[in-house]
Design a protein around this ligand. Structure first.
Ligand SMILES: C[S@@+](CC[C@H](N)C(=O)[O-])C[C@H]1O[C@@H](n2cnc3c(N)ncnc32)[C@H](O)[C@@H]1O
Length: 358
């Protein structure tokens, strides 16, 4: 039986990976090749992205859509007059919360980047035909293949021997998982063929609620592997100092590589916008056995992974104070708990870039 905390972590750590038995921890049977979390995005995203989801947000979380639209306007305004009239959107998905129409009207070309090509195509199809030629979709793993590298390391471990020889509650499976995280290469910046130009060319670079997924999804692959071979280890991992330190260092390396990617894409005089979830909340059901007096919360971007705005200011010049708001993904309904995130976002430019035109 999965503990409440593990169920909570699984829900909140991914943001968009559903609490569904088919994709739960330890899915797939022993000996069968399981899909990595990043490989499931294209089939799972349609439940949580797109026009219908945007309409729901308009009803129950309008501040989420309005704040992002305002930040995009500020990003456009923070560019120097000389900045290229191009944008790249990382983690674009189906552009559920991004005002793609307004961006396409304001700029000449927009590159959407995500692993989910059909989602990006749906976003483009929502535009009037006259604006569609300005938008192109580029499918890519924006971590630079971290999930694949980690999966190869995980596959090479003698899990069954580790679990059998030592027996529960052994530290061996958690030591092996920690070693995989420690050894996993995290290229900085991530090499993404065809995306990173020889010199940065985008006048607007947006990272859209992607950052925490870049490390959470591979970390969930680790949990899936543990759940399959050493299920008792899953609940013990946060009390295992080596595993905890390895996971935190992995998150930190991935987050910092992402900032390097933003830098590699942002043209002098251009502006960037980083939007990221920071804390997840499980909102208690209103009635029934899951009703509770207060939300349960979990940091998804702890300050020792990336401290906002300080960590961003170390690379870029902040154009305005950080914005923070509550994004209600699912309000609680009856006996069903809801989900929400605290989100932080900042508009930035490159140090030494020409000031924005007035
Ligand atoms: C929270 S959603 C962002 C939603 C999107 N900004 C929108 O407005 O609909 C995160 C997005 O990151 C994408 N993603 C997650 N990991 C990725 C990776 N390693 N490489 C590329 N995209 C990834 C997912 O497919 C998803 O579309």
């Amino acid at each position: 039986m999965m503990s409440r905390r593990v169920a909570f972590l699984r829900l909140m750590a991914t943001g968009f990976v559903a609490n569904h038995p088919r994709v739960g921890l330890g899915n797939g049977s022993r000996g069968k090749e399981r899909l990595m979390r990043v490989q499931r995005l294209t089939s799972e995203n349609p439940r949580t992205q797109g026009a219908a989801r945007r309409a729901q947000y308009r009803r129950h979380s309008p501040a989420h859509l309005d704040t992002i639209a305002d930040l995009v306007r500020r990003g456009l305004a923070a560019r120097a007059a000389s900045a290229p009239r191009t944008a790249v959107i990382l983690g674009a998905g189906a552009c559920t919360e991004l005002p793609l129409h307004a961006l396409a009207r304001a700029l000449d070309t927009i590159l959407l980047v995500d692993l989910d090509l059909p989602g990006m195509e749906r976003a483009r199809a929502e535009l009037p035909a006259s604006l569609r030629p300005r938008v192109r979709a580029f499918p890519a793993d924006l971590s630079g293949g971290v999930s694949q590298a980690l999966a190869a390391l995980l596959r090479a471990q003698p899990w069954d021997d580790l679990a059998r020889l030592s027996g529960p509650p052994s530290a061996a499976p958690l030591d092996a998982a920690a070693a995989c995280l420690e050894q996993c290469p995290v290229p900085d910046p991530p090499p993404i063929p065809g995306l990173i130009p020889a010199s940065p060319t985008y006048g607007l670079v947006i990272s859209s609620l992607l950052l925490t997924q870049l490390f959470s999804l591979p970390l969930l692959d680790v949990l899936d592997t543990l759940a399959l071979h050493a299920p008792d280890a899953v609940d013990r991992r946060e009390a295992h100092p080596r595993y905890r330190a390895a996971a935190q260092s992995f998150r930190r390396r991935v987050a910092h590589a992402h900032l390097s990617l933003l830098d590699a894409l942002l043209a002098p005089g251009g502006a960037g916008l980083l939007i990221t979830d920071v804390t997840g909340h499980l909102l208690p059901a209103r009635t029934g056995p899951h009703a509770a007096p207060a939300p349960e919360s979990l940091p998804v971007l702890p300050p020792d992974v990336l401290d906002l705005p300080r960590g961003l200011a170390a690379h870029f010049t902040l154009a305005s104070p950080t914005r923070a708001w509550r994004w209600i993904v699912e309000p609680p309904r009856g006996e069903t708990p809801g989900r929400a995130y605290d989100v932080s976002a900042a508009v930035f430019t490159k140090p030494g870039s020409a000031p924005a035109a007035s």
